[in-house]
Every structure is written in structure tokens, then in C-alpha cells.
Design a protein around this ligand. Structure first.
Ligand SMILES: *Cc1c(COP(=O)(O)O)cnc(C)c1O
Length: 413
């Protein structure tokens, strides 16, 4: 008798994006003449073509695979040295942050990494997540057996939820209880919030005091425009002893369909074994990564490395500026109709308060039916997301301009 992992049965059926998909499909089927008019500002997927340097590097890499002299089979599981060196020198050391190439593990994306990291942690950790939250952090903990059952408001027993609200600027405050693993994401998905050095220092101090580990998701790091906002958790003294950082080329280089990310595990980061000994986290992750992963594609890593050349940095900046320009327009449109807005300046997401008294799914249906716009209801990201909605700036400029017009027409007065 093959037994299944019962933890999967605890997962709530309606994962956010499938539910959005169902509602959009139902509407489009009922109104086929309107269907082509629908503009999607829901899922956080990029829309613009890849930077030219990445295209050229990947074409070249395909040609490399056509000749004996330049052919590449399995590469190092941890990622090619030339990519890890480029990441360490450009993304970290060049900004005054200490990270070495051998502390970087290249992968096929940050979503997998944030889920897979749980392999190396025990099942008796107290886990804290922000609320609203990127659903992957929660669902992977459910699958792993780190939670109890789902409750009526969608939260899971056993997790510590850190409320992110207008009062704290959507930056989670350190809890007054002990936790062992803490997920933080800045710039934040879904709220677009960023954390200052002072705010991150509180978390680092808390983690060091509690022997906790911060799982820091920096997938949107490249969107930070404010020079006073730290681009990495390791800009905070002590973070090397208490944090793992996740990064991705998905949003930064438009690589959602190419697939490449990486994780940083500093040498000095340790966790406790059952006997209370300190064990290097890098040792465990190195073992896990080389056993279950055979390396990201050579072609893809060549494309990623090209983003670190001066020309690549320039093209990446232009791509990000395009999305940030979209965010500004969307943000202004919402403010124009009197809605309160957060995010959108250091992040590709605009987080908006729903018009008075309107639930976030109710607003979703109204915008879909009356403006043919798809946004993401805040309630889908957690109990504290109710009363808010997320608009994604990942779109063409023409779509964003049209979306702004429709938003204003639908929500004014
Ligand atoms: C998009 C996103 C990622 C990146 O995922 P990939 O698997 O690298 O495409 C990671 N974390 C958050 C919060 C994201 O929104």
C-alpha cells in the first residue's frame, strides 16, 4: 500500500492564481466578444523581451554545444565559477557587501530554492511568515509538515503570522515570542514595501539573540532606486551569521521563462543538530544541492553572466526602468480616484486600499466585469491582505496606459 504525504491534504484547494484563472475564464466564456479586451495586471510575470546581451550570449552558448572543442556536458552543480564570480563581484562586493563566489549556489530559480531549503531544516522549528505573504513560503511549510490544519481565515495552525499593515508600513515587526525560521522579502511581493537598514537591523539582532535563521528573499532587489535602502541583508552587520539570501534573474533580467536564480549561504552560518552542536548550513545545502540537482543549464548560465557586463547592466537598468515607469502610472491612476497607495517606487507592485467597505474579491469582480482588468485580490495573500489589492507593473506601456484609463473610469466617484 503506497501511502501519500498526508500534509498535502491540508493545503487549501483554491490557490490564489488558479482561482483568478477560473474567474477570468468564466467571464471570458460568458462574454467572448469582450475577452480580447481583458488586460492582465494580476500574475507577476514579466512581459518584455530579454536584454540583447543575454540573447547573444545564449545564441553563442548554443553554438558552443555544436562543437567538440566547446561542448559542455554536466557542469558544476553549484554553478559555473565565471557566473558565481560575476555575481559576487558585481552584485555584492561592488556594493560594499561581503559575499564570496563559493558561498553562491546557482539554481533554476528562487521559487524552487525557497521551497527546497526546508529539506535541510528539522520539523520542530517555529516558522514565522509575513502576512500578506508570497504563498510559496506557506504552502511549502504545509507540505513539509511544519503546520497544523488550515483555519477558516485561510491561516494555518502552528505558523507565526507577522501582520504587515499600513501602521507598520507593511514591514513586519519582530515578534515578542521565540521563532526559529523567519521569511522576509524586500522589496516585497505583494506590497512593494522596502525595509530600511534600521528595520533590518532589528531582525538581524532578533535572529542572533534567538539563534534563528532569516530566509531573505531578494528577488526584487534590482528594483530598489532609493540609495539608502539596503540591496542585501548582508549589508547589515551580523547578517552573515543568521541569514540565507535568495535571488533570481526572473524579474531582474526578464528570465521567468529562461529559469535561473541563486542562493547565498555564508561560511559562518550554522544551525544546531539534535545534540546541540553547531553545524555549517553550507555543508548541508552543498550536500542537498549536489545530490538532488545537476546544475542549471550551461546556456542559461551564459545568458545570466552576460547581465553582469557593463552593457548588460545598462540593458537591465533600462528594463527595470520600464517596469518602474509603469508602476508610477498605475500608482498615480489609483491616487487620482482617491485610493491610498503603497509600493511602486522600489518594486514592480502597487499595493492599493480597496474603496471603502469593499472586499478584495468583490473589487476583483468589479474590475474584471466593468473594466475588463485583472488585478490580484489582497485576501489571496493572507488574512491581512483583505481590504487591499495588488496591481502588477509587468506589462507593456500601452497596456498600462489603457489600464490606467479604465481604472479611473471604473472607480471614480
Ligand atoms: C517571482 C518571485 C521569485 C522568483 O521566482 P523564480 O522561481 O526565480 O522565477 C521569488 N520570490 C518572490 C517573492 C517572487 O515574487
Amino acid at each position: 500500500m503506497a501511502r501519500i504525504n498526508d500534509n498535502f491534504l491540508k493545503l487549501r484547494a483554491g490557490y490564489l492564481f488558479p482561482e483568478i484563472g477560473r474567474r477570468v475564464a468564466t467571464f471570458a466564456k460568458a462574454h467572448p466578444e469582450i475577452a480580447p479586451r481583458i488586460i492582465r495586471c494580476g500574475i507577476g510575470d514579466v512581459t518584455e523581451p530579454l536584454p540583447q546581451v543575454a540573447i547573444e550570449a545564449m545564441h553563442q552558448a548554443v553554438d558552443d554545444q555544436s562543437r567538440h572543442e566547446t561542448f559542455h556536458g554536466y557542469g558544476p552543480e553549484q554553478g559555473y565559477e565565471w557566473l558565481r564570480e560575476a555575481i559576487a563581484t558585481v552584485s555584492y562586493q561592488g556594493r560594499g557587501v561581503q559575499v564570496e563566489a563559493d558561498e553562491i549556489y546557482v539554481s533554476d530559480g528562487a521559487k524552487c530554492d525557497t521551497g527546497n531549503i526546508l529539506d535541510i531544516f528539522g520539523n520542530d522549528n517555529v516558522v514565522a511568515v509575513p502576512d500578506p505573504v508570497y504563498p510559496v513560503y506557506v504552502d511549502t511549510n504545509v507540505m513539509q509538515g511544519n503546520t497544523g490544519e488550515a483555519q477558516d481565515n485561510g491561516s494555518y495552525a502552528g505558523l507565526v503570522y507577522l501582520p504587515c499593515t499600513p501602521e507598520n508600513g507593511f514591514v513586519a515587526q519582530v515578534p515578542d515570542q521565540h521563532v526559529d525560521l523567519i521569511y522576509l522579502c524586500f522589496p516585497n511581493n505583494p506590497t512593494g514595501a522596502v525595509a530600511t537598514s534600521e528595520q533590518l537591523k532589528k531582525w538581524v539582532d532578533y535572529a542572533l539573540q534567538n539563534h534563528a535563521i532569516i530566509l531573505y528573499d531578494g528577488a526584487y532587489e534590482a528594483f530598489i532606486t532609493d540609495p539608502s535602502i539596503p540591496s542585501s541583508i548582508y549589508a547589515i552587520p551580523g547578517a552573515r551569521r543568521c541569514a540565507i539570501e535568495f535571488r533570481s534573474f526572473s524579474k531582474q533580467g526578464g528570465f521567468t521563462g529562461v529559469r535561473c536564480g541563486y542562493i547565498v549561504i555564508p561560511h559562518e552560518l550554522t544551525g544546531k543538530d539534535a545534540a546541540g552542536n553547531d553545524i555549517a548550513i553550507s555543508k548541508l545545502w552543498g550536500r542537498r544541492h549536489t545530490t538532488k540537482f545537476n546544475g542549471a543549464s550551461y546556456i542559461v548560465q551564459r545568458g545570466a553572466a552576460a547581465l553582469f557586463t557593463p552593457e548588460g547592466q545598462h540593458q537591465t537598468r533600462a528594463l527595470i526602468d520600464h517596469y518602474l515607469g509603469n508602476a508610477k502610472l498605475l500608482s498615480e491612476a489609483c491616487q487620482h480616484v482617491g485610493l491610498q497607495v503603497w509600493g511602486g517606487t522600489n518594486a514592480p507592485y502597487v499595493w492599493v486600499q480597496t474603496p471603502a467597505g469593499m472586499g478584495s474579491w468583490e473589487l476583483f469582480d468589479k474590475l474584471l466585469q466593468e473594466a475588463n482588468l485583472v488585478i490580484t485580490p489582497g485576501a489571496g495573500f493572507g488574512a491581512h491582505g483583505e481590504g487591499f489589492f495588488r496591481i502588477s507593473a509587468f506589462n507593456s506601456r500601452a497596456n498600462v496606459e489603457e489600464a490606467c484609463k479604465r481604472l479611473v473610469a471604473c472607480l471614480k466617484g
